[in-house]
Each structure stands twice: as structure tokens, then as C-alpha cells.
Design a protein around this ligand. Sequence first.
Ligand code: COA
Length: 433
Amino acid sequence: MFSLKSALAEKIGPMRERVASLRKEHGDKVIGEVTVAQALGGMRSVKCMVSDISALDPLEGIRFRGLTIPECRERLPKVPNGTEPLPEALLWLLMTGDVPSQEQADEVTAELRKRSELPDHVRKAVDSLPVDTHPMTMLTVGIGAMQTESEFAKRYQQGMRKEEYWEPAFEDTMTIMAQLPVLASHIYRHKYFDGKHIGPDESLDWAGNFAHMMGVENANFKKLMRLYMVIHSDHEAGNVSAHTTHLVGSALTDPFLSLAAGINGLAGPLHGLANQEVLRWIQNLREQMGVEVPTEEQLEKALWDTLNAGQVIPGFGHAVLRKTDPRYMAQREFALEYLPEDPLFKLVSMLFNVAPRVLSEHGKTKNPWPNVDSHSGCLLVHFGVDQYDFYTVLFGVSRAMGVLCNLVWSRALGFPLERPKSVTTDWLLEQVK
Ligand SMILES: CC(C)(COP(=O)(O)OP(=O)(O)OC[C@H]1O[C@@H](n2cnc3c(N)ncnc32)[C@H](O)[C@@H]1OP(=O)(O)O)[C@@H](O)C(=O)NCCC(=O)NCCS
């Protein structure tokens, strides 16, 4: 058996026991309360989901299975002489909770390579869309079309016991992770390069090959892709893309269709699409000012203009974080090393200096600090990937890893259909009388 699958299988029994005993011995213990403001306010901070894949501390930021981003960069296996962690190694970590050996990470790379043949009808489904279709629409159409490959859907139709659900969910996860970079680069080349596609390079790792299929051969871009794919993978289970995938999957919808739903959530400007919006905002500013890098005063005025027009500053604020996102800092470190003189990086750094002060003075947002999306675009532009509307697709390929690991575990632990209670405003008024 593929080692990752057997490593996962070994973890499932003890985790099932842990969850069963939590439910049996402590099922009626209260772990939180829900205020009227939370019921009306997007359920912020209501503790009603369980996931061990990653945890988000408001001040410290994300930990993947207990490891911070700097720890992942240090401890996860890399390509020979590499500096950034292999996303394949992160997949192992997220799935099992253990840091894999180099050999185990390499085995994941080989397994993904083996499964990477994208069905022809998926390519045709994408190609049939008008070329000006948003790439996120192309991505969800593509993932939906890939569903013909679902082991989970097939096995469910044949009749499968509940304890077995995790296994085809795992198989589907591996197939999806193998084919997503092929689908995403197909979209990229279809939309921006007249459909001139580039075949895989079998000698490369998963993220390096993704960069190759997009047509970007710069070795530092391949490093960036490894880092990018690691840091965007998961951000606790309650964010829109993770929660949506989980919710849809709880109806025993297969992993392909559950992921497609989550990816639709990622396409919202308050979530993953913010990376595109940051670049659009900067581009508008440059055009208005007629300069590549504005002064701090010009930048401050532009920020106030956006706020006074009732719009959000993309790339700033967060529903959970209350300080600068460590995913932002990892990208900033990368930029300081590889592109310190890049004019767009200078502008993004200037925003880091100016925007938190402006947002604090504005006084609305609980977190005036930059998030992951504030930085990613400037790195991509540096390497020639300047098609802003494609950025969320890259985010989606990475995010699939976290949400699908969650889905496999939800099936392994037998999490039931999700069905929170909605109440009426009459009921609320009655309660507060
Ligand atoms: C991420 C985000 C949706 C979190 O929303 P949230 O949890 O409701 O955030 P807050 O509790 O701080 O929001 C309080 C108020 O500040 C506003 N606010 C938050 N971030 C803001 C920003 N970047 N620019 C302007 N206003 C902002 C909210 O719109 C809200 O206004 P309202 O009271 O009129 O509705 C929000 O910060 C945002 O819209 N950021 C910009 C988009 C972005 O970068 N998204 C990617 C997130 S990784």
C-alpha cells in the first residue's frame, strides 16, 4: 500500500477512540456561548467545528499540525539543495500529523505524478467556455467535470460501510491534488497564451512542475511556488472555503463536488479573491498618479479615498488574526531575499507602513494589519505572472490540500451531516425581553 495511506490508516483507530470517548464522557460539557451579535454577525468565534489539521491563534497566526510557518520551512523535506519545503511533505504532515522523511515526501511526489493525467473531457469543458470567463469559474467547472473520476461516488453507489468512507475520500484527494496543477496550468495557457499548452516535466516535484506547465522556468519562481503552495494550504476549518467544503461534504457529497463548492467560496473578494483585488487597487493607483511608486502622502490619500468611498482596503484585516499574518511575513522574507529592489515590492512595503495607521485612524477594522493576500501578487508579477485574475486559482490549488485533508478526516471520524439551527428575529426579540 502507498505509505501515506498506511500511515493515515494507522492514525485513524486511535483518533476514533479519542473522539468516541470525548462524545461519550464529555458530550454534555459546555465549551462556549452564542451571543445575539454572533448570530447576526457571521458566527465569528463560535466554537462549533473540530479539526486537527491546523489551528489559528489571533496573535501568533497559523500552525499546521502544531508547526509554525518558519518551522515548516525549516523541518519539512525539500528538493535537493532546495530552500523551501515541498508541498508534498506538507500534505503528509497535514494528513498524518507527522513530519515525513525525505523518502516519504518523494514517494508522495511519485504518486501524484502517476495520477496526473487530466481526462480529456475536463480540458474540453474548460475550452468550451468563452476565453473571457473568469479563471475561478473555469476552475470550478474543471473540478466539477473531474468528478467522473470519483472513487467515493462510485463506491457509495455500490454500497459502502460508513467505516470505509475515508478510504475512497483519500483516493479522490490524491487524484485531485495530482490533477489540479494540470487543470490550473491548462486554464492559464488556454486563457492567456492562445491554448499553447506545455506538457509535464516528469523530473520535477509537484510545485516545480506546476511552474513549468504554466511556462515560468525561473528557478526562483519554482521556489516561490513551493512556498506559496505551503502557506496557502489551510487556515483552520471555519474560513469560507474550508467550511464550505466541510459543509457540502457532510452530505456525503464526493470530494470533487465538495471542493468545487469550497473553491466557489474562495472566489469571493472578502476571501481568496482579495489577492487579485490588491493588484487591481495598486494598478488603479499607479494609473491615477502616473507613477510606479507613489509617495507616502499620495498613498495615504488613496487609502482614505477608498475608505471614504465605502470600500475595503484589500489585503488588510482578518476575521481571526489580530496582528500581521505570518504568511505575509514569509512572503516578505522571500521578497527581501530575491527581489529587494522590485518597485512593486517597494510599494507593497510602503502600504505595510502606511495602511495600518490609516485603518486604525478610520477606526472600524479590528485588525489593521496586512494578511496573506496583501503580498502574494507582487511576488507573482515579479516573475511575469501578471494576470491578476488568475491569482485566486493558485490559492485554490494550494487550499485544496487543507480542505481535502479535513474532508478525509471528517469521513474517518464519522462526522455527521452539518445542520446548525437558524432562529427568527421574533425569537431573538423574545429571548432578550
Ligand atoms: C477579512 C475581512 C472580511 C474580515 O472581516 P471582519 O471579521 O468582519 O472584520 P472586522 O470585524 O474587523 O470588521 C469590522 C468593520 O471593519 C471593516 N473592515 C475590516 N477590514 C477592512 C479593510 N481592510 N478596509 C476597510 N474596512 C475594513 C469591516 O468592513 C467592518 O465594517 P462594518 O462594521 O461597516 O461592517 C475584512 O477585514 C476585509 O474585508 N478585508 C479586506 C479583504 C481581504 O483582504 N480579505 C482577505 C482576508 S485573508
